[in-house]
Design a protein around this ligand. Structure first.
Ligand SMILES: Nc1nc2c(c(=O)[nH]1)N[C@H]1C(S)=C(S)[C@@H](COP(=O)(O)OP(=O)(O)OC[C@H]3O[C@@H](n4cnc5c(N)ncnc54)[C@H](O)[C@@H]3O)O[C@H]1N2
Ligand code: MOO
Length: 426
């Protein structure tokens, strides 16, 4: 089976007529980000309930065994299996009652039972819990017809976490699943990298926030809410979120101010080649450094990366799908580098196409695609629209990730093995 590999070494290849010498491949762009972005040094102690989205600067270790005592996995009766000799049924007096949170008042001796509830400590002398549906209760006695096996329905101390075990390594980003594990390990606080400070500058004379009035030459601002949602989900500190007109001097002033306050300044729009595109000249006027300017991808070709003063700068294209795709590819990676987050292995993987693809070859295309089940060999199938339109986001809610269509591929058959990158939800 041929894998249609999109992320080759330099030169994803661009459309013949618009190849610019400065266009680089996705892997080269990612390598430049990795080589130029060091993690923020400062760490801080954060209460667990406010740690969502933070990246661990120190591992989390279990303070005790989890669970810390043997306890019942079912509501039922604790018994000693060794006392149930001969052939059943057995009739056992109920000599104790142990609700969750109580300590058993006595040990079980011989052929007796303790009424017990899920989560309650197992009384001394017992080694199994019979669920209440499996017994009949008769006054103060229970009847068992089948012998339980030792350990049945008991959650053993340390079966989830050993004391001192590393539950999460440094570099893990905390989502609800990781926070659950920290809580079970007994952590009330974690040592995390400080939040990354981000400033967002959305440019364009024609761009208006939703909720206001639009004249016939204006459009709704998609990029601000879209990127604010991504940034919020990633747990960054947003130090500024502004709109800028297409005006060089205004941009210089705003970018200068943002670069002094942020680890990362994100701009959208104004980075193409027209004389109304002032973002790169503004970065230049601030003696900024360009680490790349243009990647051989569709959509998102003009995406640029560099520095303004001490801040990193990511210039996303104005077209909303281009901005979203380049944010997913490069912005998320940049934030991960800044917070020293561990790479996620399953995000990019091979999948098979649901239908034939016909396209104009040239740039490596990143097409929004939907996971659509599995083929007879257990491989994931993806479906997709017939083309990628950089200004359209109407179908984006249905997509699960991006399909990487190789630059030179004009036709791909149904069932072709291609790369797919799942969207980062945060
Ligand atoms: N002569 C050339 N023209 C263009 C080229 C090129 O190589 N040569 N590249 C095209 C490509 S590809 C892209 S992508 C765009 C990128 O342009 P900019 O990043 O400079 O973005 P703008 O021109 O400011 O805007 C592009 C487009 O997106 C709309 N837009 C901008 N901001 C928003 C927003 N916040 N919400 C919604 N929509 C937004 C804007 O109205 C434009 O329609 O350049 C091509 N041109
Ligand atoms: O790169 Mo643009 O995003 O193709 O439209």
């Amino acid at each position: 089976m041929t894998v249609h590999q999109a992320i080759a070494a330099p030169g994803c290849d661009c459309d013949g007529q618009d190849i610019l010498p400065s266009l680089i491949s996705i892997s080269e762009a990612l390598a430049r980000i990795a080589a130029n972005v060091a993690p923020v040094r400062e760490t801080e102690v954060v209460p667990l309930e406010r740690a969502l989205g933070r990246t661990l600067a120190q591992p989390v270790r279990s303070q005790r065994m989890a669970p810390s005592f043997d306890n019942a996995a079912m509501d039922g009766y604790a018994v000693a299996t060794s006392a149930l000799t001969g052939n059943g049924p057995w009739r056992l007096p109920v000599v104790a009652r142990v609700p969750a949170g109580d300590h058993p008042s006595e040990s079980l001796v011989g052929r007796t039972a303790a009424r017990i509830f899920t989560g309650a400590p197992i009384p001394e002398g017992s080694d199994a819990v019979v669920m209440q549906e499996s017994v009949t209760r008769d006054g103060n006695f229970v009847h068992l017809s089948r012998p339980p096996s030792p350990g049945m329905n008991i959650r053993r101390a340390g079966s989830d976490m050993a004391r001192g075990a590393t539950v999460l390594d440094k570099g893990e980003r905390l989502g609800p699943r990781q926070i659950a594990a920290c809580a079970s390990a007994g952590s009330d606080v974690v040592c995390a990298r400080r939040r990354i400070r981000v400033a967002l500058l959305v440019t364009g004379n024609e761009v208006r926030r939703t909720g206001g009035e639009l004249d016939s030459a204006q459009i709704w601002d998609v990029n601000t809410p879209m990127l604010m949602a991504s940034l919020t989900a990633m747990g960054v500190e947003i130090v500024a979120c502004e709109h800028a007109d297409d005006d060089l001097y205004g941009l210089v002033r705003q970018l200068d101010d943002m670069a002094a306050r942020a680890d990362l300044v994100i701009t959208t729009g104004g980075i193409s080649v027209g004389e109304e595109d002032h973002v790169k000249p503004a970065v230049g006027a601030l003696r900024g450094e360009f680490l790349f300017s243009g990647v051989a991808i569709k959509p998102g070709k003009p995406v640029s990366f560099g520095r303004i003063g001490k801040a990193h700068w990511l210039g996303l294209p104005g077209n909303p799908l281009s901005a979203f795709v380049t944010w997913q590819l490069f912005g998320v990676e940049l934030l991960r580098n800044l917070s020293d987050e561990r790479p996620r292995s399953l995000e990019r993987r091979n999948v098979v196409t649901a239908s034939e693809i016909h396209r104009k070859p040239g740039r490596c295309e990143l097409r929004p695609a939907m996971l659509a089940g599995f083929d007879a060999h257990g491989r994931e199938i993806v479906s997709f629209d017939t083309a990628t339109h950089s200004a359209r986001v109407g179908h984006l809610p249905m997509a699960d990730g991006l399909l990487f269509l190789p630059a030179d591929a004009e036709t791909l058959p149904a069932g072709a093995l291609v790369e797919f990158q799942q969207f980062c939800q945060a």
